[in-house]
Design a protein around this ligand. Structure first.
Ligand code: AMP
Length: 172
């Protein structure tokens, strides 16, 4: 775990004052560590019959797509409004100020799919919970949520009580 932690760059006051941004780009730039991270995030879900891995825009894509290949599964992009070209379904979620929305293609998954959700960081959990509801709207079963970094002091994990949850690094 130290190998991963030592390559996370803390950026104070980004993108706004008071937030310490966990920058994972140094890991993405180290091929061996990147490969070990992908493998470690896939490990708890190898025998779960995952058919699709859904990544949350945009840093989630960098982890979800290689995890999908690692699990012999497809990749589904979950995106901000207006970015996906085909017909979409969406889910609103609450931010500190106002709301935001995530979208998925209507045909991205269906009742025969077993979907693993992936993101880089879970903070308040609003994004992950919206992504969970979104995938459930397609009729697919969500088999778990695999996240690289959990900011435990923001209690995001509590927003996902009904799915198997795995965080690689937990910051208290
Ligand atoms: P939340 O909905 O509050 O759990 O926020 C999670 C989303 O915001 C994820 O997609 C993360 O990529 C991003 N995020 C939130 N906080 C941070 C942080 N401190 N460092 C990096 N990304 C963050």
């Amino acid at each position: 775990m130290d190998e991963f932690a030592s390559l996370i760059r803390d950026i104070p006051d980004f993108p706004e004052p008071g937030v310490v941004f966990k920058d994972i780009t140094p890991i993405l730039g180290h091929a061996d560590t990147f490969a070990r991270l992908v493998s470690a995030m896939a490990d708890p879900f190898r025998d779960k019959g995952v058919t699709q891995v859904a990544g949350i825009e945009a840093r989630g894509f960098t982890l979800a797509a290689p995890i999908a290949l690692e699990l012999n599964a497809g990749f589904i992009p979950i995106r901000k409004p207006g970015k996906l070209p085909f017909k979409t379904v969406g889910e609103e979620y609450t931010l500190e100020y106002g709301t935001d929305r995530l979208e998925i293609h209507v045909d991205a998954a269906g009742p025969s799919d077993r979907v693993l959700l992936v993101d880089d960081v879970i903070a308040t959990g609003g994004t992950a919970a919206a992504a969970l509801r979104l995938v459930q709207q397609t009729g697919a079963e969500v088999v778990g949520f695999s996240v690289f970094i959990e900011l435990a002091f923001l209690n995001g994990k509590g927003t996902l009580p009904e799915v198997p949850y795995h965080a690689l690094l937990v910051y208290d």
